[in-house]
Ligand binder design. Structure first.
Ligand code: MLT
Length: 408
């Protein structure tokens, strides 16, 4: 008899963004004439930079001739891309990362979800609340939790983000083994200072723990003194893995390219306390389960590091951040307390009511889709997240409709 992994039964019936899509589809079926503006899932709407398109086209042309055709690429990614990442994203910030420490993949969602599988099933895991649901759900699937009761899985050490701590959780009051952090934060848009991040790195070093640092939104940081990578922090290379993505940076949500940095100095331990290289374990896992991102996509990604590509990416980011300012200003003017939107494309709004109820109200009265904060965890209850990823015209229109419906 084929049996299932019963840990899946502990999960909520559907993934947050699938549930939102289901509710929006039901609404559209009920009111086919209502025009919906989507500021829910953080999905980019602007075209790929021209520099990427040119590189993409010419790589496809290479695939059309036997002389330049390429079959399987290196599982870890082509050296041309890994070298550019090292130079532009790390050495330029004083972070001594080598191309061998970069793993190209088809998404930060997969990497943040998959990375936990190289660790023991009985480690203790600290996960923020509110949080991008992938970190928690993948640990539930792996059997590291008990059942969920009142929005809390037994066995998880929750790191609570609240208005009082500015959505930067305090350090755990007891040792943990694996820590998830995400800055600029999804969903709250909060950012962490170097000093605050140093405290997490020190904690991890003290307890031989490991930090999984999701920096998928670093390109939106505008304040120069905020860390763009955890590897700007002293000692981080021994205790941190970093996830990055081209999705939000350069419009690759549908094109798929990301990377994970696994420093060679990072160690994890056997039950007897013998140290093992996390890099070697991830390399083993990656080469076994992944066959690389396609050559044209990696060429397209590489193009963001050219002078033309870099300036197009800058313009894209400015465009979305202009939207973010509009959303934040309008919601604040309506009397709602907001965080985020200054160094991040997400605005976290205190709706002062049940967050699914607020979601339904915006959908039904304004025809605008947001993301209910409760979908990101118990501490997200009462909040909604509004995404800046849409055209300026749509965002303007959405804010007008929201303003009318909330002032009515
Ligand atoms: C989000 O809306 O939180 C993200 O777009 C989801 C993702 O990147 O997978």
């Amino acid at each position: 008899m084929i049996r299932i992994n019963e840990n899946y039964l502990k999960l909520q019936a559907s993934y947050l963004f699938s549930e939102i899509a289901r509710r929006v589809a039901a609404f559209q079926e009920e009111f086919p004439d209502r025009e919906i503006i989507k500021l829910g899932i953080g999905d980019v709407t602007r075209a790929l930079p021209q520099a990427c398109i040119k590189a993409f086209h010419s790589a496809v042309d290479e695939m059309a001739k036997d002389e330049t055709f390429r079959g399987y690429g290196p599982e870890q990614g082509y050296a041309f891309l890994r070298e550019k990442i090292t130079t532009h994203d790390y050495l330029s910030r004083g972070a001594d990362i080598t191309p061998e420490e970069i793993f190209i993949s088809d998404g930060a969602k997969c990497d943040t979800g998959n990375f936990q599988e190289i660790f023991a099933p009985d480690i203790t895991v600290a996960i923020p609340d509110p949080v991008y649901p992938v970190y928690l759900d993948t640990n539930v699937m792996a059997g590291r939790t008990g059942l969920s009761e009142n929005g809390r899985y037994a066995g998880i050490q929750y790191l609570e983000g609240t208005r009082a701590n500015g959505f930067i959780p305090e350090l755990p009051d007891k040792p943990v083994d694996l820590i998830y952090l995400c800055y600029p934060n999804n969903p709250t848009g909060a950012t962490i200072t170097k000093q605050q991040l140093q405290a997490w790195v020190n904690f991890a070093r003290e307890h031989k723990a490991l930090i999984l640092y999701d920096a998928a939104y670093e390109v939106f940081i505008r304040e120069e003194n905020l860390p763009k990578t955890i590897f700007e922090i002293d000692g981080a290379q021994e205790v941190a893995i970093e996830f990055r993505s081209f999705s939000k940076t350069a419009g690759f949500t549908g094109t798929r390219c990301a990377f994970t940095v696994v420093p060679k100095a990072c160690l994890a331990y056997t039950s007897k306390g013998e140290s093992q290289s996390v890099h070697d374990l991830w390399l083993r896992r990656h080469t076994t389960k992944f066959n690389g991102v396609s050559y044209p996509v990696q060429k397209a990604a590489e193009a963001i590091y050219s002078p033309a590509g870099a300036s197009e990416v800058k313009a894209l980011v400015q465009y979305y951040m202009h939207n973010a300012s509009l959303i934040r200003n309008e919601m604040s003017a309506l009397g709602y307390d907001c965080i985020g939107g200054e160094n991040s494309p997400y605005i976290w709004v205190d709706g002062r009511m049940d967050s699914w109820e607020f979601f339904d109200r915006l959908l039904r009265q304004a025809g605008v889709v947001c993301t209910p904060g409760a979908g990101f965890g118990k501490c997200g209850e009462g909040y909604i997240r509004i995404s800046a990823f849409n055209s300026y015209e749509n965002v303007q229109n959405a804010m007008q409709r929201i303003s009318q419906s909330l002032s009515a």
